[in-house]
Design a protein around this ligand. Structure first.
Ligand SMILES: O=C(CO)COP(=O)(O)O
Length: 214
């Protein structure tokens, strides 16, 4: 299972969480990575953890003030990027452009979507993976894999119907090892999560509990 920890703009210490992710990654067959804010990418990547960006824009070098250029994200140490997170939604054409920008910079891509219908559209854009995250469950602690298992199964079916190579992650409310196991049983190859680690008093303990049953 791929466990991608999104730090959003939570007021956690990104380097401390990155070190926890790096260290727990050494103890498990699961693949762990962390997605800090753009301003923290370099410091996080220097820990040696697998580092992802939270977003890249559908742009190239040039006059694009305030945008996230895929090449700069990669130079800062990111090896992959989220695109179209529920908190950073893009138009379809811009999702397509961001996937192409990320691929130009050799970044792995996960395109997020709110529901299985959007997953089908996202899977058509050539990303490495798609992630279904029902917005109403994000940050609630109520896991999508248990509260709304149909969403995960339908997302897996929708992606497979478009591109059998694209892997499917799920996210929203995931915070325990049981949640991750349930996601896997529904066909997801990984999970996206945030508050369960970024807001934990002890991120290492939270991560250990997440991967323990895997
Ligand atoms: O948005 C998410 C991950 O990208 C999910 O957030 P939570 O894990 O806090 O529900």
């Amino acid at each position: 299972m791929f466990v991608l920890v999104n730090l959003k703009t939570y007021p956690c210490d990104p380097v401390a969480v990155a070190e926890a992710v790096r260290d727990v990654n050494e103890t498990t067959d699961a693949r762990l990575a962390v997605a800090p804010q753009a301003a923290h990418l370099e410091r996080v990547a220097e820990t040696g953890v697998e580092t992802w960006a939270q977003h890249v824009d559908p742009i190239d070098y040039g006059s694009n003030t305030g945008h996230a250029l895929a090449e700069s994200v990669a130079e800062a140490g990111a090896v992959g990027t989220l695109i179209n997170h529920s908190e950073q939604r893009l138009k379809l054409a811009d999702i397509d452009g961001s996937v192409q920008a990320a691929q130009r910079a050799d970044l792995e891509t996960v395109v997020c979507a709110n529901n299985p219908a959007q997953i089908g559209a996202a899977a058509a854009l050539g990303s490495d993976a798609v992630a279904v995250e029902p917005p109403e469950l994000i940050g609630t602690g109520t896991p999508v894999s248990q509260a709304d298992p149909d969403v995960v199964e339908d997302a897996v079916d929708a992606a497979a119907g478009v591109d059998s190579e694209v892997s499917v992650l799920c996210g929203a409310g995931i915070s325990t090892g049981d949640d991750v196991v349930a996601a896997g049983e529904l066909g997801a190859e990984g999970v996206l999560l945030a508050s369960g680690v970024a807001k934990a008093d002890d991120p290492t303990a939270a991560l250990e509990a997440l991967v323990d049953p895997l």
